[in-house]
Write a protein that binds this ligand. Structure first.
Ligand SMILES: [Zn+2]
Length: 83
């Protein structure tokens, strides 16, 4: 059962928090290895998480998740949406 990138967005958050099972962790890393979009996503999230942790202890703002989601969707559509 192949997942699409948008399916990974929530997983990526948990992944960066260290809150995923070893199996899911391996799956995510395998996906990131071959998917540039999600790699960019992880890098972006990492930076954001780092910024958040250096500042106040706040969860990822919902607005950011929404923004990332639409950014990823956009990239996804650009890459795979045109036939
Ligand atoms: Zn992906």
């Amino acid at each position: 059962m192949a997942k699409n990138c948008p399916d990974y967005i929530n997983d990526l958050n948990d992944y960066l928090d260290g809150g995923v099972s070893p199996e899911l962790c391996a799956e995510i890393e395998a996906h990131i290895g071959k998917c540039q979009n999600c790699r960019i996503m992880v890098d972006t999230l990492k930076q954001t998480v780092t910024l958040c942790r250096e500042g106040k202890e706040e969860p990822l703002p919902e607005a950011l998740e929404t923004r990332l989601r639409s950014l990823l969707k956009q990239r996804w559509d650009q890459k795979f949406g045109q036939k």
